[in-house]
Design a protein around this ligand. Structure first.
Ligand code: UD1
Length: 419
């Protein structure tokens, strides 16, 4: 059990390079199962979620080799079609093998993810969509059992679910007929997945828009692909810069993927300069309060909500953050409250009264982004903040502590065994 210890009050400046997008890499790894042979993914972040997804692939019979930030996935022979509960419980995103197993084998047995710490996160949209495509689905004994391949149909999603869009995209790529996904999720990671699938021989049009059309093909071939930069990791360092002064420059991602976040940062009074694959942020004067409502892309990402709340916690006035994507994503508010923030939760709204400063405290990382946001809070708090349960942070941030330290932060990892 390790903790992150932060001593607040240091200015942050310099340049940080982000890695490949976690939420893209995981789905691309699943997509590699669709083709017999060896696919190569580059710019894959070295994070624990990728390690869990590697175990899922290996459980299915694929071979996964990592060399630096590349993954070589040999899916020549799949020996199973089950994603077991032990792995799905570790990482909900492993359910994305449902679509690729249906496409490759016409069979999948995937554990139901159940609840997680940001809400119930159902899979009904995935199941309904696959059923519409002609795949037979039963749910029994805690597993989703799928048989058959996609036969093509029009599927209108009740909500533009990222995971459901990805599962349908993968399942429909290998099959018969034309599939149209309406009200599809438009996240940049969906377009990235589609680019990889097209490189593998899939016929997909409209990924990144609300209507995606897929002409099923009889099989795919392996391909090479470079994962897009992680917009959420980038946004996290940009908020750190806005909190601590900057200038902080973040490189290695497409600034267009953070459009609304950059607009909101400017509204807080921060100076934001956008270049090709880089953004520089600098705090100018007091932080102005800004209201934010999370929405599917291109709306404000729910994965940036906690980091933004940290900024609002020390803003010069009151703000409201509305969480529209997940039902229970405010556990972070209790933790930052222990550092002196004034946050009241009313349903899916958080009312934040800016305070002049935060005070360092022992806090517990409630989930991935909330954990990172607590470290950010520690950067501006008076005294020492000790963030526990940092395995959540390690799920999605490679070298979070060294990268913050390179920007000037006083932050280190303490292994409790040696304390
Ligand atoms: C993905 C991202 C996550 C991000 C989220 C929203 C990955 C690994 N994770 O999660 O970081 O925060 O998109 O941008 O890519 N829902 C249903 N039924 C379903 C599916 C979803 O009710 O069948 C609900 C969920 O409970 C949630 C909302 O829809 O409230 C959004 O979920 P979804 O877009 O599917 O997110 P994920 O793919 O799980």
């Amino acid at each position: 059990m390790s903790s992150i210890v932060v001593t607040g009050g240091r200015p942050l400046s310099g340049e940080v390079r982000v890695g490949g997008a976690k939420n893209s890499a995981l789905k691309l790894m699943a997509a590699a199962l669709l083709a017999p042979g060896v696919s190569t993914l580059r710019n894959v972040p070295d994070i624990s979620d990728v390690a869990v997804m590697s175990q899922v692939l290996e459980h299915l019979g694929a071979k996964v080799e990592r060399a630096d930030h590349s993954l070589r996935i040999d899916a020549t022979t799949l020996t199973g079609h089950e994603a077991p509960y032990e792995l799905v419980a570790l990482m909900r995103a492993s359910t994305c093998v449902l679509g690729s197993l249906v496409g490759r084998l016409g069979r999948a047995h995937v554990a139901m993810p159940g609840g997680c710490n940001i809400g119930s996160r159902k899979v009904d949209i995935h199941i309904h969509g696959l059923t519409q495509l002609g795949v037979q689905i039963t749910t029994e004994h805690g597993f989703i059992d799928a048989t058959g391949r996609a036969t093509g149909s029009t599927v209108s999603l009740e909500f533009p679910s990222v995971g459901a869009t990805e599962n349908l995209l993968m399942a429909a790529s290998v099959g018969q007929g034309t599939t149209v996904i309406d009200n599809a999720a438009r996240e940049p990671e969906i377009a990235d997945l589609a680019h990889f699938l097209v490189a593998m021989g899939a016929r997909i049009d409209g990924a990144g828009t609300p209507t995606i059309t897929i002409e099923g093909v009889s099989g795919l071939h392996p391909a090479e692909h470079t994962v897009i930069g992680d917009r959420i990791e980038a946004g996290t360092y940009l908020v750190a810069g806005a909190l601590c002064g900057g200038p902080v420059t973040v490189v290695g991602f497409d600034p267009r993927h953070l459009d609304i976040v950059l607009t909101k940062l400017r509204d807080t009074g921060a100076a934001v300069e956008v270049g090709a694959e880089r953004v520089t942020v600098r705090r100018v004067g007091a932080i102005r309060p800004v209201d934010v409502a999370t929405l599917p892309y291109p709306g404000f990402p729910t994965d940036m909500q906690a980091q933004f709340m940290t900024l609002m916690a020390i803003a010069d006035g009151d703000s409201v953050i509305t969480e529209n994507v997940f039902e229970n994503r405010f556990m972070f508010a209790d933790e930052i409250g222990r550092m002196g923030a004034d946050v009241r939760i009313d349903g899916h709204h958080a009312l934040i009264r800016g305070v002049p400063g935060l005070s360092g405290a022992p806090v517990r990382s409630p989930e991935l982004r909330g954990g990172a946001a607590l470290v950010l809070a520690g950067l501006v708090a008076e005294g020492e903040t000790v963030v526990t349960d940092i395995h959540h942070i390690e799920r999605g941030y490679e070298d979070f502590v060294p990268r913050l330290r390179a920007l000037g932060a006083s932050v280190h990892i303490v292994d409790e065994l040696f304390e």
